[in-house]
Design a protein around this ligand. Sequence first.
Ligand code: NAD
Length: 380
Amino acid sequence: MKIAVAKEIEVGERRVALVPDVVGKLVKQGLEVWVEAGAGDLSYFSDAAYESAGAQVLNDGARLWGEADVVLKVSPPREREDGQSEIDRLRPGAVLISFLNPLGEPSRIQRLAERGVTAISMEMIPRTSRAQSMDALSSQAGVAGYQAALLGAAALPKFFPMLTTAAGTIPPAKVFVMGAGVAGLQAIATCRRLGAVVEAFDIRPAVKEEVQSLGAKFVEVNLEEDTVAEGGYAKEISEAAKARSRQIITEHVKQADVIITTAQVPGKAAPILLTEEMVAQMKPGSVVVDLAAEQGGNCACTEPGKDVVKNGVTIMGPINLPSSLPIHASQMYAKNLTSLLQLIVKDGELALNFEDDIIASACVAHGGEIRNERVKAALA
Ligand code: NAD
């Protein structure tokens, strides 16, 4: 069975789907691993390292895409510079495993189904204990949260830690994290390690203990409505609840040196947590790092992919932050993919058991059909 690692073509994508370490393990299990030449260049994994691990490095991308049984990628397939779509390079019956943004761009899933490809979306891996080792949303969100803390610290014209020096005492920076999911919790942990005083807010009350266990203060907002949806995700809250939470968090926003926002609601635009009026009340020199920039942003002033300055406040809207730490982001993603491969490959053959909740959830196209009801609804 041929497992192929495609070279990413998305602009700014520096990650690679498998790293040489895990290639070695797959080869030992009897799988044939093909790697497109240069696939690991931007994450510092050389063709030679893949070859030493037992992979075959192919210069012929069309052959790799066209003959593989399973193609592994990080970014969703897209149009190539020569006008051909990556989807059309896949042979009918092949399996594609990648981030696919199935709810945001359902037409891509339709095209994969029409092509007869079995598409497995890494976004749709359920957030359960059994699927934890395959949970690429979490592994990559952790990278983004860490990088967000570093971006904020580097852009702030102040120290993060408290310093007692002969030249005077420096108080610690105040960081306010909004949205304490996987990325938010990693941002809190990283800011704490850098010595900042951290506060955090989330509409899911269950995160309070996790926030406190990282040494941060939880800002309580009683919204008087249900905020948790299926799977433990946040629900979209009412306008009244949004207004109420803004009222309470404004005091914390005014005090903050750095605000890191990570709030998301699956399948919806990111909620606006920081209005222009709130930014106008922030201290000059303070920094907002908006991790929801790609989903429209949690701050009304965010411009995706840009840093903008409003009244002396820098608002950063980074895109694809995990790609900026490509060695470890790739290593973690590769581990997620390998765990998934253990589930779908048995004795060197593809064995898709649709009774398995992980496969039932993550396999969005198979046998010419879209298999996921939420994707079908998004297309309608
Ligand atoms: P996410 O990226 O969807 O959202 C980030 C955070 O934003 C969430 O904590 C959410 O509650 C918060 N949020 C949404 N709207 C908000 C608002 N208006 N104001 C403030 N905060 C708001 O979340 P995620 O990090 O992907 O985690 C989603 C869920 O999955 C969580 O319950 C998490 O614990 C769970 N999870 C479980 C596992 C597992 O069991 N293996 C693994 C990872 C995540």
